[in-house]
Design a protein around this ligand. Structure first.
Ligand SMILES: Cc1cc2nc3c(=O)[nH]c(=O)nc-3n(C[C@H](O)[C@H](O)[C@H](O)COP(=O)(O)O)c2cc1C
Length: 344
């Protein structure tokens, strides 16, 4: 899709109104980003990269995580970590590659991250130390450093505002706020009032995150939070068309033909990127995301979990070509508020 030009006369990282594709571990690899980009996604991030793994880890694994396609206009890398010397070295490695932004993960609640006192736990339990770790990244990075964090309270903006102000003073050039508490992981309401208070207090751009599954929800989140940009995570998984919908300001799900073409391109991209054996294993969750909420029978979705060959993929596509169950379109007609994910 045609993109507007980058602003040359502003310091802001992101053009207002243009959504960001979130870092999503296990999802926002190069093939998913290219799929999103085909439908207008401009700003995207790598999956979260563990700073220690980047410094000491397996070269092959790292090279997949930090791969950037030459066609990618804007790509941020996200690091998670806490130890200063490791963060410093990781930032220096990032300097040797082509990234537009270095984002620090201060919002991940996953147990394997929390166990190390990193991610959301770092922000909530040791906010002052988290800010000092952030300063290490700023000091060692040649590119803008940003942070992604969560609200610390659903009722009182003060602790989150205080933390974000400290990050801003430490050199953050933008902050993304996921409007849910760490303990709620990814479910429940998004507390837009808290994000709005942060937006009103900070001078750097604040990006609102949480709960965007459709174009109207994107526009509502911007309205409610007064933020210039929003970040989309799960709403983009198996649904790259959300970027086109937001750009065109209307709900416009793919037709069955568009859906199948994109699914095939994404699948082929994964086979190319990971190789057939690993690609087949990794693509199962991606294909399931595409099928989710589009009226395909349970047994088809179940068969994806056992996908073991390209031939099986072709058989699956033949079944998909028959379309979702007729009940799906009837249900859409009867429930105007139901999320629309496929057109006949
Ligand atoms: C499976 C999964 C993996 C995620 N991985 C990351 C990650 O690597 N880094 C990060 O900052 N957030 C990560 N998140 C959080 C999302 O970026 C986002 O903040 C959250 O899902 C809320 O947005 P949403 O409601 O649009 O999904 C992850 C979320 C999910 C569900």
């Amino acid at each position: 899709m045609k993109q507007p030009p980058f602003p040359s006369d502003t310091n802001e990282l992101y053009l207002p109104g243009i959504p960001l594709l979130a870092p999503i571990a296990g999802h926002t690899d190069l093939p998913m980003r290219l799929s999103a980009r085909r439908h207008g996604c401009r700003y995207a991030f790598t999956e979260m990269v563990d700073a220690g793994s980047l410094v000491f880890g397996n070269h092959k694994t790292n090279s997949l995580l930090i791969a950037r396609d030459p066609s990618e206009e804007f790509l941020g890398i996200q690091l998670v970590g806490s130890e200063h010397d490791i963060l410093a070295k990781a930032a220096q490695i990032v300097n040797q590659h082509h990234f537009d932004v270095l984002d620090f993960n201060l919002g991940c609640p996953a147990p394997k991250v929390a166990k190390k006192g990193e991610g959301a736990t770092f922000a909530v339990k040791r906010p002052d130390e988290a800010v000092r770790a952030f300063e290490v990244l700023v000091k060692n990075s040649n590119i803008p450093v940003t942070a992604k964090t969560r609200i610390a309270s659903e009722t009182d903006p003060e602790p989150t505002v205080k933390f974000c102000l400290a990050l801003q003073n430490a050199g953050a050039q933008a902050i993304t706020i996921h409007g849910r508490l760490m303990k709620n992981f990814y479910s429940g309401p998004v507390f837009t009032g808290i994000i709005r208070e942060i937006r009103r207090t900070l001078t750097i751009p604040v990006i609102a995150n949480g709960g965007i599954m459709t174009q109207p929800l994107h526009d509502k989140l911007l309205l409610d939070t007064e933020c210039p940009n929003a970040m989309i995570a799960r709403g983009a998984c198996g649904n790259p068309w959300i970027f086109r919908e937001i750009a065109q300001k209307k709900i416009q799900p793919p037709t069955l033909r568009e859906f199948m073409d994109e699914m095939r391109l994404h699948f082929e991209g994964m086979m190319h990127f990971y190789g057939i054996e690993n690609g087949l294993r990794i693509c199962r969750k991606t294909l399931l995301e595409y099928l989710r909420g589009r009226g395909f029978p349970g047994e088809l979705r179940a068969s994806v979990s056992f996908l073991n060959s390209v031939e099986q993929f072709e058989t699956m596509m033949q079944r998909i070509a028959e379309g979702p169950s007729p009940r799906y379109y009837q249900m859409l007609e009867q429930n105007p508020d139901m999320e629309r994910r496929l057109l006949p």
